[in-house]
Every structure is written in structure tokens, then in C-alpha cells.
Design a protein around this ligand. Sequence first.
Ligand SMILES: Nc1ncnc2c1ncn2[C@@H]1O[C@H](COP(=O)(O)OP(=O)(O)OP(=O)(O)O)[C@@H](O)[C@H]1O
Length: 271
Amino acid sequence: MTQIQSGFEATNLVFSYDGKPILKDINLKIKPGEFVCLLGESGSGKTTLLNLLAGLTKPNEGHVYWNGKEIEKPSSERSVVFQDYTLFPWLTLLQNVSLAIKKTKKVKGSFAKHLAEEYLNLVGLSGSLHKYPFELSGGMRQRGAIARALSVGADALLLDEPFGALDPVNRASLQDLVLELCRGSKDRAITTLFVTHDIREAVYLGSRIIVLGSTPGRIIADIPLDFPVKKSRSEWFRNEKVQKTIVEIEEAYHKDILEKLGHTVQEGASI
Ligand SMILES: Nc1ncnc2c1ncn2[C@@H]1O[C@H](COP(=O)(O)OP(=O)(O)OP(=O)(O)O)[C@@H](O)[C@H]1O
């Protein structure tokens, strides 16, 4: 069955590991250019959902589409960035990114190198092209991973807690970089799914937030965001609307916990 909807679409998704239900009744559309942050407590199935959209896993029931075509396997159209740095340790930054370009775009080595340099410049790593991953800080390695993910021409970026291991300063700087790369350009809208445990990070980055409740994972809140333009970070976080949204999301978590303890919560109730 082919869907005409572009971007991501998941319909009636069910997923289990060894008979244990992990995701249930997931119906989700992510429009081209949307930046969706996925929150949910540990074990709620965030990585599993990301893997399904990446094509790394297949659903037991239901369908997952990218630009109207059923997702059967991973594709360079949808790049993934994990928390653990995934650069090849035996290659320099430049070689890591060039190799990805050569493999996916089938271009000559010299052109791949040129393109790789452009992407590494874009993420602020022009001074470290010939360094090996072990010579770089965690933040620099994640910049490299983002450059590599984008350099293959991906239209979708799937990021799984990419900044979870970074200190607050590096984390803030990487957040702004991702915002600029994914949401900054009108010419090339990158559809993004960003998994995080950090509500503030989700609110800062997302154009929409989805919260997964657990056992089994299902969508318990789907919140579109429309905030003022970000100038000063601290000022932005003091904004009343921003603060109200952070509280609303905390309440969604709380509601899920109440439900698990046996309290009645109306199905599909909005928060
Ligand atoms: N390969 C696997 N085999 C069996 N069970 C798995 C496998 N991968 C994940 N699980 C289980 O599936 C459930 C969901 O895992 P998943 O990693 O998707 O959750 P998560 O929300 O991303 O968690 P976290 O926030 O801790 O990363 C967990 O109970 C986990 O133990």
C-alpha cells in the first residue's frame, strides 16, 4: 500500500521484543521540515520508534512510511546520530566524512573530500580535519557525527539522545548548531526526530513534542510549539509561555505515572 503523505507516517504500529509489547497503536505523521522531540521515561520505546523510522527494525503490525514509501531498510535519505560517538576510530574526521559521501553519492574521492571539508567547516571543525576521533572532545566528535549525517544528503535526521553525554556548555552550543542546521534554512527543510530525556532541551529545539507513555509505549501527548524567535537563551527560558509548556509536559509524565498506579485517566485527554 502506498501513501501520498510525505515526511514520516506510522499507522497502527505495534512492536514487541520476544512477545513483550514495547509499542502499541502508534499513529504518527511528521511533516517535511518538522522538528519533533520525543520524550518519555526510560524503556518507553523511544529508541525502538526511532529505529523503526530509520528502517533498522521492522514493525510486527502496522506500517511506517517515508515520503509515501514503506520503510524497508536504512537509507542515506534518513541519517541517524546516536549518543555513542559513531565515527570510525581509525579514520580522521575528514576521512570519516569523505568515506560516507563516497559510499552514498558514488562520487570521485577528490570531490567527496571537498564536500566533506565544507560540511566540517559548517559544524565548526575546520581546524581539526586531520585529527582522529580519540584526539577530539565529546562535543567535537558529535559535531563530526552530525556533519557526516548531513553530508550524505539526508532529508531526515534521527537523533537518539545525541547530547546526553555532554557538559552543559557544549550541549547548549550543539543545540544551537542543530537548530541552525535543521530549522534555520528554508531552502532545505530537514525533517528531524530528536530523542531526549531533557524537557527543556525538547522545548528549546522542537517545533512539536511527542511524549511516549510506557508499558507498552503509546503517545500520551502531542504538543505543537510556537515560540518567539530565540535571541538570548536565558531570556527565552524566562518566557512565560515557554515555562507554561515545560510544566504541561511534566504533567503529562505525571499523568502517565498516575495511570500506571491504577488511577483513571481519560484516553486521549489533552493536557
Ligand atoms: N534488542 C532488544 N531485545 C529485547 N528487548 C529490547 C531490545 N532493545 C530494547 N529492548 C527493550 O525494549 C524496551 C524499550 O527500549 P527502548 O530502548 O526503545 O526505550 P527508550 O525509551 O529508548 O529507553 P531509554 O530512554 O532508557 O534509552 C525496553 O524494555 C528494553 O529493555
